[in-house]
Design a protein around this ligand. Structure first.
Ligand SMILES: Cc1cc2nc3c(=O)[nH]c(=O)nc-3n(C[C@H](O)[C@H](O)[C@H](O)COP(=O)(O)OP(=O)(O)OC[C@H]3O[C@@H](n4cnc5c(N)ncnc54)[C@H](O)[C@@H]3O)c2cc1C
Length: 536
């Protein structure tokens, strides 16, 4: 069977796209590696931006201005305008389908301040905003009888003459590979913070599988070097303590109990200030004790639970040890204004894409907005694209190639433990391609990544089983992170300037010559990184 629209990834972006494509009459299927409600979106805490002006005066123009400023000159004003002007409509749509937003005393949707913004703009549901949005979207999908295939892991995309025709999956329950054909595909597979294994707020899902599959199929990637570090991950686990804690008045202290930065500056500025304290041997803490137990339990209850569970600390009475960790990846699959990639019929939305709205730095609260607002746009555009696809190419070449890859992996000798390499890659990325980047360290990292890549054939499996073989999935995910490490490190090396989240030692300020997006692609098996002006 050939679907009109195949949606890969069942997080917030995938589910929103699915609802819209279905509404447009498309025959659709949603496929994901987990059950939808376990997607990364459920971890978002702080809120979703929309200039509703429910707490103080605000306007879409102010939202646009803040987003442009944060993007550091390498985003599209037109795309930002679309996003911010659509934001109130997107939030009212979420409200209409039942997202239980927290309320003001006069029953309007409550809003709070996140860092880097001029207005009180983030709409929230306590500090469970992403979870409530995701669950409500899933309820809505059930109501609309949308078809799902869960526990199907994307391996590769099928293309014919640079047009997408389907995708090959690994059925985690049976151990079979299966090809699903479609007239158009929406990738909504999330970001690649998982490269920073052990130093990220993200789950192990975030290995950029969709981005790697698109790259292998010939799609262009962009801005891979832009990684946002969140200032307040719990020190030993990376678990996020939401920006809403600082927005509410939480302060950052060094070991001497001194404040050293304006806590509401953009994330890159605060993360660098913390990193510099850490380089001096200081420990850094978040202090929310003065907010009081009643406020914490009413407005940020999850933060207290996370501190108690993962650090054994009660933030009502104690300061919280923190460190900056990789949180959000601005780069991804390069898409045009319709959200289509450089492969015909292949759309990408959410954190796996670069739709030129975040540029060099994403504003907190704009990512949930993107997955809802652009999720709907992707669903609509993919459905429209499918209507014009008349041929029924069902290429089997890729299916055979991918099956051969899995068979070879099952047979490969297990002489090098890839789990150790995954840990090493995380350290490498954090120490050498982290908050402050330096040419010699990036070069070291690149060499080590190349060495690891050349050893992949010796990194076999200890589990050769067919049912729920997590060893196999983790091995494939590790390979995907290596695939993406190369464009990330190469683009970071080539961008000899500091802009937004990308800070290069020796080049501390933005350089007009680099007021461009980086574009990565392969030509005759060689990685090419170009820089291109973004269409305003
Ligand atoms: C701790 C935390 C807090 C955050 N807080 C906020 C916030 O307050 N406000 C805000 O705006 N943003 C926030 N963000 C960012 C935001 O949550 C994410 O950017 C956004 O939810 C990404 O949504 P998505 O649908 O693009 O991807 P995801 O939600 O990551 O979904 C990806 C989907 O793809 C599937 N998938 C992945 N690989 C494969 C594969 N190989 N095969 C099949 N399926 C696959 C996954 O199973 C999942 O269903 C936060 C992020 C984190 C980690």
């Amino acid at each position: 069977m050939k679907y009109d629209v195949l949606i890969i990834g069942s997080g917030g972006a995938g589910l929103t796209a699915a609802l819209r494509a279905k509404e447009k009459g498309a025959n659709i299927l949603v496929v994901g590696e987990t059950y939808p409600t376990r997607s990364q979106t459920c971890m978002a805490q702080g809120g979703i931006n929309a200039a509703l002006g429910n707490v103080e005066n605000d306007s879409p123009e102010a939202h646009i201005a803040d987003t442009l400023k944060s993007s550091g000159g390498i985003a599209s004003e037109r795309m930002i305008r679309q996003l911010c002007e659509d934001a109130p409509k997107s939030v009212h749509w979420l409200d209409s389908i039942g997202v239980p937003f927290s309320r003001t005393e006069d029953a309007k949707i409550a809003q709070r301040r996140l860092g880097g913004t001029s207005g009180i703009r983030a709409c929230y549901s306590q500090d469970y905003t992403g979870l409530k949005i995701l669950h409500t979207l899933y309820d809505q999908c059930m109501k609309e009888a949308i078809a799902f295939k869960n526990e199907y892991f994307l391996l590769d995309l099928c293309t014919e003459n640079n047009q997408v025709t389907g995708a090959v999956f690994y059925n985690m329950r049976s151990g079979d590979t299966k090809t699903i054909h479609a007239k158009s595909i929406i990738l909504a597979t999330g970001g690649y913070s998982g490269l920073y294994y052990g130093y990220t707020t993200n789950t192990n899902q975030s290995t950029g599988d969709g981005i790697a599959a698109a790259f292998r199929a010939g799609a262009r990637l962009s801005n891979m070097e832009f990684i946002q570090f969140h200032p307040t991950g719990l020190k030993n686990s990376g678990i996020l303590i939401s920006e809403s804690a600082r927005g509410a008045g939480g302060t950052l202290l060094n070991s001497h109990g001194e404040r050293f930065v304006d806590e509401l500056k953009p994330r890159d500025v605060v993360s660098r200030a913390i990193w510099e304290e850490m380089q001096k041997g200081e420990d850094v803490f978040l202090d929310i004790r003065h907010l009081g137990e009643a406020y914490i339990d009413e407005n940020i209850p999850q933060e207290r639970k996370l501190c108690l569970t993962y650090a054994g600390i009660d933030p009502v009475h104690e300061v919280i040890p923190i460190a900056p960790v990789a949180h959000y990846t601005m780069g991804g699959i390069a898409v045009d204004e319709t959200l289509m990639s450089s492969i015909e019929g292949l759309f990408a939305v959410g954190e796996c894409s670069n739709a030129n709205v975040h540029g060099a730095n994403r504003l907190g609260g704009n990512s949930l907005l993107e997955i809802v607002s652009f999720g709907r746009k992707a669903g609509e555009n993919a459905a429209a694209f499918a209507q014009n696809v008349t041929d029924t190419i069902t290429n089997t070449e890729q299916s055979a190639k991918t099956k051969a890859y899995i068979d070879a992996l099952m047979e490969a000798p297990n002489e090098i433990n890839f789990y150790q390499k995954r840990t090493r890659l995380g350290e490498l990325c954090y120490q050498k391609a982290g908050i402050i980047k330096e040419a010699s360290l990036l070069e070291d990292a690149l060499h080590e990544v190349e060495a690891m890549t050349s050893q992949l054939h010796e990194m076999g499996l200890f589990d050769k089983g067919c049912t729920y073989n997590t060893n196999l999935i983790e091995r494939i995910k590790f390979e995907n992170t290596l695939t993406l490490a190369k464009p990330l490190l190469t683009a970071a090396l080539k961008r000899k300037e500091s802009r937004g989240a990308h800070f290069r030692k020796g080049y501390p300020v933005p350089d007009k010559a680099f007021e461009k997006v980086s574009i990565c692609y392969t030509k005759k098996n060689t990685l090419i990184v170009d820089f291109k002006k973004v269409a305003s």
